[in-house]
Design a protein around this ligand. Structure first.
Ligand code: DHB
Ligand code: FE
Length: 289
């Protein structure tokens, strides 16, 4: 007589066989591995009908909050550490002085290309300023990289990125800068401040259930790219910020900390970006331009 365990093993085998004719080998391997792990998960937990109803309703509610300005699925991947795991697996090498961070949901392509020394903050943007300067160089031979692009973006002191806030000018707190012949750059930004990830959707419900604070440590985002080099996606956090150890999206780490120096009411930061030789690819921007 067939046991229940035998029946569900047979079912998993039958499902895998049904997807065995996918031609693209990578797609085939992704689909079959997903099926195997999802079946194993369902069996291990003995998922009930009611729990499955909760799961698809949760996904429906994530979909309802998702659109061009907001992707609840991406936020979900971030708060369960999947996004950072992918960054680490693909890019992190021992001894790397500057770590790879997740892109996050607020990167917007085609930010204005600004002049050296310019501010990414409009004059009426509240908050202390920081003058950030540094160098982009080759990780292997330490040679400066001329004409590298620094794409940078950050939230206002109210916690909102420009696309979430109708009171900010278009592309406020976003900009692109190019390095000069010595590989150096310089610009003015807001001194970063801490703020929570959006908690008004299903992800907020999960964070509350886990009693996890939604806060991200204060940070400014960078994507540093140049032809012939692996694109560096990173964030710079503020040295001494206690939230670094408890980042809601598990990105902040010791190799992404900047020493912001106070200078009067404002700040100075010197920060360099080493690039590893490789393929230059820009990540997809979650926010449309
Ligand atoms: C997330 C990332 C950010 O950089 C941010 O500012 C807010 C949220 C995220 O990964 O969800
Ligand atoms: Fe951010």
């Amino acid at each position: 007589m067939e046991t229940a365990a035998g029946t569900d093993r047979a079912l998993t085998g039958k499902v895998l066989a049904a997807y065995s004719k996918i031609e693209n080998p990578r797609l085939k391997s992704i689909v079959s591995t997903l099926i195997e792990h999802l079946h194993a998960c369902v069996k291990e937990m003995k998922v009930t009908d009611v729990e499955w109803e909760f799961a698809w309703d949760f996904m429906e509610r994530m979909a309802a909050m998702t659109g061009p300005q907001r992707n609840e699925f991406l936020l979900f991947a971030d708060v369960i550490g999947v996004s950072q795991l992918i960054e680490t697996l693909n890019h992190e090498k021992p001894g790397q002085p500057v770590g790879f961070a997740l892109v996050g949901p607020f990167f917007r392509a085609d930010a204005p290309v600004r002049e050296r020394g310019d501010s990414i903050a409009s004059d009426d943007t509240a908050g202390a300023r920081v003058r950030i300067s540094g160098k982009v160089f080759d990780f292997d031979n330490k040679a400066p990289i001329k004409g590298a692009f620094l794409d940078t973006w950050q939230a206002a002191t109210n916690g909102f990125y420009e696309n979430q806030d109708e009171n900010q000018p278009d592309y406020n707190l976003r900009g692109r800068f190019r390095t000069d012949e010595n590989g150096t750059f310089e610009f003015v930004a807001l001194m970063p401040t801490a703020y929570p990830v959006p908690t008004d959707g299903p992800v907020g419900e999960l964070l509350r259930a886990a009693k996890r604070p939604p806060d991200r440590p204060a940070h400014i985002h960078f994507i540093v790219s140049a032809p012939g080099y692996e694109t560096l996606v990173t964030q710079v956090f503020v040295k001494g910020d206690p939230i670094i150890e408890d980042d809601a999206v598990f990105t902040a780490s010791r190799n992404m900390v900047g020493d912001f120096r106070k200078e009067g009411d404002n700040f100075l930061l010197a920060y360099d970006f080493p690039l590893k030789p490789g393929v230059s690819i820009m990540p997809k921007a979650p926010v449309p331009s």
